[in-house]
Design a protein around this ligand. Structure first.
Ligand SMILES: [Zn+2]
Length: 351
């Protein structure tokens, strides 16, 4: 395997920006490209050799935020050009919500994370899986007993790693008084600057209570119907740009299976009012075998993403609750959760 990556200079890029993107210095780039005589004279379309000093791109860390995810997606799609990044829509604050596609099979599978703001460790899990899977494919490796080349050729995986980018930012970095939504958010949070309990989007709507699957029943289940850090289903189904983007994205693909990753509880929810297909039980049994998580068929809940998917398509849809403890889970749980979910990621592509 070559220790060099070929980077094609894009419009507006300088050597400094390219070095920064790969976590290198300009001097390291110059040493790898002796043909560059003048560092300020590089042109779009020119190929630059980039030494791949970094072993990994996605590094588990506290406050893995939106910008970190975006720059990792950028780096991953450069190192692994078969990864395609697109956008499914915008959040309340105008952040693009990225979707990533990997694999070339006709069978389409979808995974998502961070529907809930303080469950952002699920973004890190999905990003890490994307990297590990891409690397194994490029290097012709197996992951455990899974033949990655075979999975890659049979399946197209579509990942939305951060459904609720504004919420994740709020939990991790708070909100500035200059933000147009500052007053709204502070009112919803009753003046508190601690957002660790926040699950909703910036308008105080729980994005996983927004889907047209007995939404009215979910509304009737709630006592206080006002914007809140969690559990408010919104004024109408799909009233929020993030849940609407997810609904449109899902409708525009013919997914064979979807998994929404949440925390916490080490449980896998797989049913919705008897509408789930017969094969769901067989699939969830495989998830249980590889993760040690517990399978649960029904809960007193409606209007969730997986509920809606099962209702509309009568295909296997799952909510996987990772980890234990109070959200946001500390990043020190990452590798433990990874060890339990890697099998789920792979089985989801295999079935
Ligand atoms: Zn959740």
């Amino acid at each position: 395997m070559s220790p060099m990556i070929r980077h094609i200079v894009q419009r507006g890029e300088t050597l400094f920006l390219i070095a920064k993107k790969y976590g290198l210095t300009v001097n390291v780039l110059l040493a790898a490209n002796p043909d560059i005589k003048n560092p300020s004279l590089i042109i779009p379309g020119q190929a630059i050799h980039v030494p791949s000093l970094r072993k990994t791109i996605v590094v588990p860390q506290e406050n893995y935020d939106y910008n970190k995810m975006m720059s990792d997606l950028d780096a991953l799609s450069t190192v692994y050009p078969f990864i395609k990044v697109s956008t499914i829509g915008k959040s309340v604050s105008g952040r693009s919500i990225p979707a990533v596609q990997i694999g070339k099979g006709i069978k389409k599978v979808h995974y998502n994370g961070s529907f809930h703001a303080n469950e952002w460790i699920t973004t890190l899990l999905l990003m890490k899986f994307l990297e590990v899977y891409a690397k194994a494919y490029r290097d012709g490796k197996y992951i455990g007993h899974f033949n990655v080349k075979n999975l890659f050729e049979r399946t197209s995986l579509w990942i939305v790693p951060m459904v609720n980018p504004d919420g994740v930012e709020l939990v991790q970095n708070g909100i500035q008084p200059t933000d147009p939504l500052y007053d709204t958010v502070m009112r919803i949070n009753r003046g508190l600057r601690d957002f660790r309990g926040w699950k909703a989007n910036l308008r105080g709507v729980d994005l996983n209570d927004q889907f047209p699957a007995r939404w009215e029943v979910e509304v009737a289940r709630r006592s206080g119907l006002a914007p809140a850090p969690r559990d408010y289903p919104g004024p109408s189904p799909l009233s929020e740009p993030e849940s609407r983007a997810m609904a449109n994205f899902t409708r525009s693909h013919n997914f064979r299976l979807v998994i929404a990753f949440h925390t916490q509880g080490q449980e896998i929810y797989w049913g919705y009012r008897g509408l789930e297909p017969d094969e769901s039980i067989r699939i969830v049994q495989r998830f249980v075998e590889v993760s040690g998580y517990k399978s649960i068929r029904y809960v007193e809940s409606d209007a969730g993403y997986k509920d809606w998917f099962i209702q509309e398509w009568r295909r296997p849809g799952f909510t996987v609750e990772c980890g234990r403890g109070t959200n946001p889970l500390p990043v020190k749980q990452f590798w433990d959760i990874w060890g339990k979910t890697i099998g789920i990621f792979l089985v989801g592509l295999d079935v």
